[in-house]
Structure formats: structure tokens, C-alpha cells
Design a protein around this ligand. Structure first.
Ligand SMILES: Nc1ncnc2c1ncn2[C@@H]1O[C@H](COP(=O)(O)OP(=O)(O)OP(=O)(O)O)[C@@H](O)[C@H]1O
Length: 252
């Protein structure tokens, strides 16, 4: 392992009872990479993410994040499909809680700054049910960014959103991630989303999830409009290659 490696997965297999969900998998993620995991439903994407978060222990092999065994709730900001906000807190209160929990400055100015980073202005005092689903997911991302954790782990964060909101959030996340340079692992079913967000895309085989394709995405990450990026011929070629890798291994 080099000091520049944020995540090292070595010889990892994970079983639930007698069902082997993933592995064996070897995967090294250098610092600053935006890794997207894609694959058919049930191939073990979330399991691999949970192993990296420390929510699951590998049945065999080892997982290291920043050189040590991952511990749940430490060292990683997490975003799930549902925003999981506290409904009895205001929007700002939800972000402030994450800051307080980490012993950081939880002032109104700091909360506003974080909300502004995900495109939310003037909503800090609202209740969580007074904002849209897309806005709630932005709050969840702001909360995950609040603590300067080295890792950002996202499990299908945009899956429950409508197509337009989803594209907008993808665009914003791409910009935020380019500016923070934080190592990220993002799970999705969407090939388009994978190519748009990832600096690297790993396709998993159907269960047990193994690496079927490991692809560097050399598309510009800054200074290009989302529509222009999606319109590049290289974008279409990468989407086709990843789509083939998934379809080749799925028997319907
Ligand atoms: N807690 C659990 N107990 C038993 N089996 C589980 C558990 N969690 C997941 N599995 C099984 O392990 C396999 C991998 O599941 P996982 O959720 O990691 O896949 P996934 O690729 O994220 O799926 P999806 O894209 O549908 O969310 C599946 O067959 C699933 O049924």
C-alpha cells in the first residue's frame, strides 16, 4: 500500500450465510479518485461499499482505508438513497448536528456556507418537510461534506429523484467533488451517471460480484458544461463500453 492509497481491498470475499455476495476482489483506490461502482441489481455494489465503510467485515481478506481497518461512522461521509434527515430539526439544524458531533464550528455562518456549496440558499431555518426531495438530498450531501473526512461514500444517492433533479445534482456533485478533491466511492445502476461522475468506473459481475471491467475515465472534470460533456463522442463510447460489459454478463 502506498501512502497515496485511500482504499485498499485485498482478496476480499463477503458472504451472507451461505450466499457469497462479493469476491474475491482486489481494488486499490488512490487519493482523490472518484470511483463509481456499477453492475446489475444484486451484484454486491452496496456490500462492497458497506465493507469500505466498515459496516460489514469481510469473510476473507482485508479492507484498509487510510491505512487502517475502517470503523463505522469514522473517516467517511455517507450519503444513501434516502436523505435520512432528522425531521424534528431544521435544515440548518441537521447540518449543525454533524458539525457539533465532530467537535467543529457549528455557527449559522458555517452552516449557511455548507448549504450554499450544494446550491441551497436561505433554507437553513426551514423544516425538512418544507423542502423538496432533491433539496433534502442536497442537505444530506452538505452534511456529509461538513466534516472533512477523507472519504465520501454514496450509495445510489439520486435514485429516488426525478430525471431533471437528478441531472442537476449530478452536475453539482461533479463540481463540488472537483473542488474538494475528496476520494469518493459512488454506487449506481446508471451507466450515464457513472461516466458523468467517475474518474474511474468499475463494473461488477453478477453475484458474486467480481471486477469485470476497470476503466479510467479521462474526460475533462472542470471547465466544461454538463450538456457539452454528455455530448462528447468519447462520452458515448465509454457509455457503450460499460453498457456492453454489464449486459455481457447478465443472463435474462
Ligand atoms: N443483509 C443481507 N443478508 C442476506 N443477504 C444479503 C444481505 N444484503 C445483501 N444480500 C444479498 O447479497 C447480494 C448483494 O447485495 P447488494 O445489496 O450488495 O447488491 P447491489 O448490487 O447493491 O444490489 P442493488 O443494485 O439491487 O441495490 C444480493 O443477492 C442480496 O440479496
Amino acid at each position: 500500500m502506498s501512502s497515496a492509497d485511500a482504499i485498499v481491498v485485498e482478496g476480499v470475499e463477503h458472504s451472507y450465510g451461505d450466499v457469497t455476495a462479493v469476491g474475491p476482489i482486489d481494488l486499490t483506490v488512490p487519493q482523490g479518485e472518484f470511483l463509481v461502482l456499477v453492475g446489475a441489481s444484486g451484484c454486491g455494489k452496496s456490500t462492497l461499499l458497506r465493507l469500505i465503510a466498515g459496516f460489514e467485515q469481510p469473510t476473507t481478506g482485508t479492507v484498509r482505508t487510510d491505512g487502517t481497518a475502517p470503523e463505522p461512522g469514522r473517516g467517511a461521509g455517507l450519503v444513501f438513497q434516502q436523505p435520512r434527515l432528522f425531521p424534528w430539526k431544521t435544515v440548518g439544524g441537521n447540518v449543525a448536528l454533524a458539525l457539533k458531533y465532530a467537535g467543529l464550528d457549528a455557527s449559522a455562518d458555517r452552516v449557511d456556507e455548507l448549504l450554499a456549496r450544494v446550491g441551497l440558499h436561505d433554507v437553513a431555518k426551514r423544516r425538512t418537510w418544507q423542502i423538496s426531495g432533491g433539496q433534502q438530498q442536497r442537505v444530506a450531501i452538505a452534511r456529509a461534506l461538513a466534516v472533512e473526512n477523507p472519504l465520501l461514500l454514496l450509495d445510489e444517492p439520486f435514485a429516488a429523484l426525478d430525471a431533471l433533479t437528478r441531472e442537476k445534482l449530478q452536475d453539482d456533485l461533479r463540481q463540488v467533488s472537483a473542488s474538494t478533491g475528496r476520494t469518493s466511492v459512488f454506487v449506481t445502476h446508471s451507466v450515464d451517471e457513472a461516466v458523468f461522475l467517475g474518474s474511474r468506473v468499475v463494473v461488477l459481475t453478477p453475484r458474486p460480484g467480481r471486477i469485470a471491467l476497470d476503466l479510467r475515465i479521462d474526460l475533462p472534470r472542470t471547465g466544461i458544461a454538463a450538456a457539452e460533456l454528455r455530448g462528447l463522442p468519447e462520452f458515448a463510447a465509454l457509455r457503450a463500453e460499460i453498457g456492453h460489459a454489464i449486459r455481457d454478463r447478465v443472463t435474462v
